[in-house]
Design a protein around this ligand. Structure first.
Ligand SMILES: NC(=O)C1=CN([C@@H]2O[C@H](COP(=O)(O)OP(=O)(O)OC[C@H]3O[C@@H](n4cnc5c(N)ncnc54)[C@H](O)[C@@H]3O)[C@@H](O)[C@H]2O)C=CC1
Ligand SMILES: O=C(CO)COP(=O)(O)O
Length: 328
């Protein structure tokens, strides 16, 4: 199977960074953006000032506004836009092709994972999921970045990882698509919580406790959905939780800090907040946990704060007064 030509869809920070990584891996890459002016800027000045200000892009990276035939398709639009983007694509560009889903979120309404959306919209595409600790600005700048790339066929997944690997980008092949996808979506919810802990001045001990109990909660949900708890020991689980739950560079963490400072979701969004996928994913994850009969007090707490149903002080008091239990 040829794996040279790569089509990256999504001209935001992550799509641009993945396009840069793919070209540094030796691939021929076109980046699909929505805005003609943005495509012109990338092609003319080798920069995408809106998405990655100050980052010089590889001169060989070509931007277009329409996807073209490629051997590998990478989707890097927000999780809630994936279905619309797939609906607008020529099915022939997806049929039989490896399609790498890189958004971290669960779909509002359907509760679907990204690869379930792909299965609905392009059943003949071959799904892969990419997730892990990776700020777009790090990857685009060539700072060392490692992620998990999960797919159903081990040989194909390793070939794809090799096609995208470069001097500073290291995808590890894996087979647990469900675990990788759910971990990627849920870490954003815990990042909101950890940011809120910081915003509310609750201390680093509370934040570390939240990460550990979030990890345990994540494992319950992942296994109930058919994924493996072992996956969470890797880059998509522990790796991304560590990054996003401790770094003010994370947009989810930043959003959480604003919530922790007492601001309401609508006001934060109206103030032009950057994309924080956990905001849409929190209620979906809460609904999923309920439907599976999984106890998920932290996801419920984030959902309640994001929806404005409870303030941080009430949430913390509630969590701390839960009946004592064994650490299982
Ligand atoms: N920025 C980062 O460091 C990382 C982001 N991700 C994930 O990648 C996904 C995208 O995030 P970013 O690129 O950072 O966001 P972004 O906000 O920088 O860019 C989103 C891009 O998607 C485009 N878009 C939005 N709706 C669209 C639609 N309906 N049709 C076509 N294009 C549409 C926007 O025009 C924009 O270019 C998210 O799920 C995020 O969690 C994953 C790893 C790292
Ligand atoms: O997923 C990410 C890093 O792995 C990016 O996190 P944020 O979307 O919170 O900035």
């Amino acid at each position: 199977m040829p794996l040279d030509r790569v089509c990256v869809i999504g001209g935001g920070a992550w799509g641009t960074a993945l396009a840069q990584a793919a070209i540094l891996a030796g691939r021929t890459v076109h980046l699909v953006v929505r805005d003609v002016g943005q495509a012109e800027e990338i092609n003319r000045s080798h920069s995408n000032s809106r998405a990655l200000p100050g980052q010089e892009l590889h001169a060989g990276l070509r931007a277009t506004t329409h996807p073209e035939e490629a051997d590998i398709v990478i989707l890097a639009v927000p999780a809630q836009a994936t279905r619309t983007v797939l609906a607008g694509m020529d099915p022939a560009l997806l049929a039989g092709k490896p399609v790498i889903l890189s958004a971290k979120g669960l779909e509002t309404g359907t509760l679907a994972r990204q690869s379930e959306i792909l299965a609905d919209m392009a059943p003949e595409a071959v799904p892969f999921v990419l997730s892990g600790p990776s700020f777009a600005s790090d990857l685009a700048a060539g700072r060392p970045t490692a992620v998990t790339l999960a797919g159903d066929d081990a040989t194909q997944t390793s070939a794809l990882a090799a096609a995208l690997a470069g001097p500073s980008f290291r995808p590890y092949a894996a087979d647990d698509r469900v675990g990788v996808e759910v971990a990627g979506a849920l870490k954003n919810v815990y990042a909101l919580a950890c940011g809120a802990v910081e915003g509310a001045g609750l201390g680093a001990s509370a934040r570390a406790a939240l990460i550990a109990r979030g990890y345990a909660e994540m494992a319950r949900l992942v296994t109930a959905m058919g994924g493996s708890a072992h996956t969470l020991t890797g880059l998509a689980g522990l790796g991304d939780l560590t990054l996003t739950c401790t770094s003010v560079q994370s947009r989810n963490y930043q959003f959480g800090m604003a919530l922790g400072a007492g601001r309401q979701t609508d006001a934060i969004l109206a103030g032009g907040a950057k994309l924080a996928e956990g905001v849409a994913t929190a209620p979906v994850a809460a609904a999923l946990a309920r439907s599976l009969g999984i106890d998920a007090p932290l996801i419920d707490a984030v959902d309640a704060v994001v929806a404005g149903r409870a303030d941080i002080a009430t949430i913390v008091a509630g969590l701390m007064s839960r009946p004592l239990k064994r650490e299982d």
